[in-house]
Design a protein. Structure first.
Length: 161
């Protein structure tokens, strides 16, 4: 969407430059025509009135066209400012989203580290408990064996009596 807005902004700027060039050209033509009218008014040529009238009509036409171009230029400038505001707003939104995503990423990274640490601690606890279980099993086996030996010894003592 930002690329589209940028393209529209560039098109608006290009159109505005074209209008400025047209305006300058029309102003030059207007100046030239006024100069010609002034020159013709000073001379006493025949048909001067019709030529002056024709040139005045052309001047009027060019002035109207110039006013229209100026209105178009003003409209383009307003549209350009509007697009620039929109681009700025979208950029601010994108920056905010980037900050939020970075924050979420940092939080998730921290949660992952915490979960890994807890998992490591749990694995260590399981290993410790398994080791303790094996030790207790060995102790139990030794006690059972010692008990059997004592039972056997007790039986033999009873038999001797």
């Amino acid at each position: 969407q930002m690329d589209q807005m940028r393209n529209e902004l560039l098109q608006e700027k290009s159109a505005r430059q074209d209008l400025e060039c047209d305006k300058m050209s029309l102003e030059r033509q207007n100046k030239d025509l006024r100069s010609r009218v002034t020159h013709l008014e000073g001379s006493q040529r025949t048909g001067q009135d019709s030529l002056v009238s024709k040139l005045n009509g052309r001047i009027q036409e060019l002035e109207e066209r110039l006013q229209e171009e100026e209105r178009d230029n003003t409209n383009l400038q307003q549209a350009n400012r509007k697009l620039e505001r929109k681009v700025k707003e979208l950029k601010m939104q994108a920056d905010d989203e980037h900050v939020n995503l970075q924050s979420e990423r940092d939080q998730l990274t921290q949660r992952l580290k915490t979960a890994k640490r807890q998992m490591d601690e749990a694995e260590e606890e399981i290993e410790r408990l398994e080791h303790a279980k094996k030790k207790l099993q060995r102790d139990l086996d030794e006690q059972v064996e010692a008990n059997e030996q004592l039972q056997s010894h007790l039986s033999s003592l009873r038999n001797e009596m």
